[in-house]
Write a protein of this length. Sequence first.
Length: 222
Amino acid sequence: MNAQDIARYLREHPEFLSEHHELFTELTVPHPQHGGQAISLAERQLHALRDKIRQLELKLAELIRFGEENDDISTKVHRLSVALLQAASVDSVRQALIDGLRDDFSVPYLGLKLWGVAATDDADGVARPDAFGVSEAARRHVEGLRHPYCGAPESIEVASWFGEAASHIRSLALMPLRDQGVCFGLLALGSAESERFYPEMGTLYLGRIAELAAAALAARGR
């Protein structure tokens, strides 16, 4: 018999150890942390259980931390939603976005570009400043995004959307704004930290913020 045969026999005959319970105290195995020390099978099992409990506690603590972080983000998104609902014009929507993202989410730089719905002033039809500064190629690129883009600025043009802060941008999030499936603008978040917005990060809440902003802008721009 080899080791695999013995292990298979014990699995197939669990009553063996019950019938020979003295083995738990008579047989010894190396200590899992101190190789030169021998301990009984029962004590070795206790060590294994303690290790498993420790791993479960770490996993539970991680899940609790994620839950608390999600609750905190949900509260901030809710607060932003209320501010957007209270905004009476495109300009006030823009200000609500700036205040909410800066104060609650600690986003230092924000760029808003509009080229469709809400790109003109309701009163006189004059194009807003936000409607300028986006090339046709950049528009097509934004319109092709299915999810928010996170990472380093891909071009000088993208960085220029942040105005005087362009030289400070090391990472950004590009969030297309859509109304009934049609892209009419872009919300860009920028940071001087290269790891603030990175390609592998989750974009669920970024997408929801973009949907809220798009709905508020489209409603005020009609």
